[in-house]
Write a protein that binds this ligand. Structure first.
Ligand code: GRF
Length: 209
């Protein structure tokens, strides 16, 4: 299965995917393209470092969201992409894009959904005072962070007396990120192996073939 990874930033999740592929742990998935909507981000360097085509499709250069998505789709089709992984990709995708890859687009979100959707999820969790936080890999649907859940991992939130909100959120972010780097490659491998069966909101993980 030919995979594109869409990024917007530092790309540590992309790195986890590249490392997993290098260890043979994504097969039959193969990363054939990394595309960023922002130029000069570290994720692009990581892709180049791994010898992957790294392409910028800058949303600011398109007159509308639809035009941007058409541009992105064209790039994906040039690389004969079968499935798409959003790894820190900070643009909302519309049904125009999503309809081209039904049950073939996954996203990593840094909270235990449905808690704390949207931006700055780790800070939201920290400020809410939860005792358990975590991350979620889910299929992407038109509603933000709403799609069927594939894998989740939890982390305990440490009691932290005297930490500022900034420090607390940063600590949680680091702990959650470690788990993201585990479950995103695992979910992508399951997708590539055809082992994810979505039935409504529920995703069944099928045994190895
Ligand atoms: C991650 O926390 C991911 O869950 C969120 O954006 C962040 C991206 O980090 N969607 P990176 O670019 O993979 O380092």
């Amino acid at each position: 299965m030919r995979l594109a990874v869409l990024v917007s930033g530092s790309g540590t999740n992309l790195q986890a995917l590249l490392d997993a592929e290098h260890r043979g742990e994504l097969a039959p998935g193969e990363i054939v393209l990394v595309a960023s909507n922002r130029p000069s981000v570290q994720a692009l360097e990581r892709a180049q470092g791994a010898g992957k085509p790294a392409i910028v499709v800058d949303h600011k250069r398109f007159p509308s969201r639809e035009a941007f998505e058409e541009g992105l789709l064209e790039t994906l089709s040039e690389h004969r992409v079968d499935a798409v992984v959003l790894a820190g990709f900070m643009r909302v995708l519309t049904p125009l894009f999503l309809g081209r890859f039904p049950d073939r687009i996954v996203n990593i979100h840094p909270s235990l959904l449905p808690a704390f959707p949207g931006v700055d999820a780790q800070r939201q969790a920290w400020e809410h005072g939860v005792k358990v936080a975590g991350c979620t890999v889910h299929f992407v649907s038109p509603e933000l962070d709403e799609g069927a859940i594939i894998l989740q991992a939890s982390v305990p939130v440490p009691d932290a007396v005297g930490l500022s909100s900034e420090e607390g959120a940063a600590r949680l972010r680091a702990r959650i990120l470690e788990k993201e780097h585990e479950i995103l490659p695992a979910a992508v491998q399951l997708l590539a192996a055809g082992r994810l069966l979505r039935q409504g909101r529920r995703v069944r993980i099928l045994p190895p073939k």
